[in-house]
Design a protein around this ligand. Sequence first.
Ligand code: GDP
Ligand code: MN
Length: 418
Amino acid sequence: MIDACFLFLQQTNSTMNVHEYQAKEILSSFGVRIQRGKVAQNTKDAVTAAEVLSEETGTSWFVIKAQIHAGGRGKGGGVKLAKGIDKVEEVAGSILGIDLVTPQTPPEGKRVHQVLIAEDVYYPGDSEPEEYYMSVLLNRSTGRNMIMYSTEGGVDIETVAEETPHLIFTEDVDPAVGLMPFQARRVAFNLGLSGNGFKEMVRFVTALYKAYVQSDSSLFEINPVLKTSDDKILAVDAKVSLDDNALFRHKDYQALRDLREENPVEVEAKEVGLNYVALDGNVGCMVNGAGLAMATMDLIKQAGGEPANFLDVGGTANAARVETAFRLILKDPKVKAILVNIFGGIVRCDRVAQGVVDAYKNMGDSIQVPIIVRLQGTNADIAKALIDNSGLAVHSAVLFQEAADKVQEVLRYTDTLS
Ligand code: GDP
Ligand code: MN
C-alpha cells in the first residue's frame, strides 16, 4: 500500500502532462520525426487545418484525433479517418464536444475540446506498416534512464508485458554518458530492422533520447512508432510527462498546461501552496508530512474506509491554513468524514487545535461531516482539552488506533443514516 501510494504520488504530484499535439511539437523541435498535424477547436478550423496540411504535405487523407489527457482513444472512438477534405467537417464534428470514454478515462469520460487533424501516414495499399512501442523513463532501481521498446506496438503494453514479456526489451542509459551509438543500433537490431529502416531507427531513438533529457521529461511513451513501407520511422502517438520541478527552466512549456484536464481541487490547492491529490474514497485527510499522510491513508483503509485525498498541510498548520484545507477537502462530495492527523514537532499542537476550532466556527454550516482530530507531540494534552471543551462536533483521539476506531464508528453511523 505504501509503495503503491508512493509511486502514485511520484506520478501525479511532480509531473505535468501535455496533449498529444503539444508532445509532438516538443519531439519535433528535437528532430524526432512525427506524423504532422494541426490542432483545431471547432469544425471550421478543422477544415482550414486540413487544407493547410494538405498543401504542406500533399496528403488528402487525414486522421482526426481527440485531444484529451488519456490514452486508449482509438478504442473509444476518439481516433477516426477522414478520407478526403470533404469528410473532415463531419468526422471532426463527431468527436468535438463529446465526453470520450476510454479505458483510461473516468467512467463519465473526458470532454473533447480540441482535435488534432493529422496526415494519414498509413499509406493506402501499404500491406506492411510496422508498429512498434517505445518509451523513455527513469529506471528507479538502477537510477538510470531507460528506453523500453517492443515490436508489439499499437496495442496495450501492459497486455504485452503480461502475455509475451520476452517481446519487451530495455536499454539502460547512463545519464552521465548518454545514449551510446551502439545502444541505438542494438534497439534497431532488436526491432528486426535492416537497411534504411535500421538507419532511420537509429536516428529516431537518438533524437528521442536527446529530447527526453533536454526537455526534462519524466516519461515519454510513443505507441505506436510507425515504420512505413518506404522506411520512414515516425511517432504516430506521443505521451509526454514533463517534470514539474524543472519547469522553471522551460518557460515556454509552462504555457502548455491545460487546466481543463486537471482536477479542479488539485489546481486550487496548488495555487494556495497545499500538497493535495484527489483519490476515490470517502474519508478526507488533513495531515502534516508526506510520510504521516501515507501512514494515515493506510490507517483509514484498515478502519474500513477509503481515503478521499492525500493532503500534506506542511509545517504551518494555523487557523487560516486549516480552514483552507477543510474547504478543499469538502469540495469533494464523496467525503463522509475527515481525519486530521498532525504531529506537533515544530508546530505546537495547541496552535493547531485552536486552528481547527477557529476554522470550524468560521465555516459554520459548511461542515456537515464528522471530524476526528488526532494531535500528537508538543502540548498534545492542552490541544486535546481544547478540542474536547470546544463544544463542537469534533472528536479527539490520542492514539493512532483510537483515531482509526473513531473513523470506523462515524462511518458506520453515517451508513445507517443513508
Ligand atoms: P490512442 O488510442 O489514444 O493510443 O491513440 P493513437 O494515436 O495511438 O491511435 C490509435 C490507433 O489509431 C493507432 O494505433 C493506429 O492504429 C491508428 N492510427 C493513428 N494514426 C493513424 C493514421 O494516420 N492512419 C491510420 N490508418 N490509422 C491511424
Ligand atoms: Mn497510442
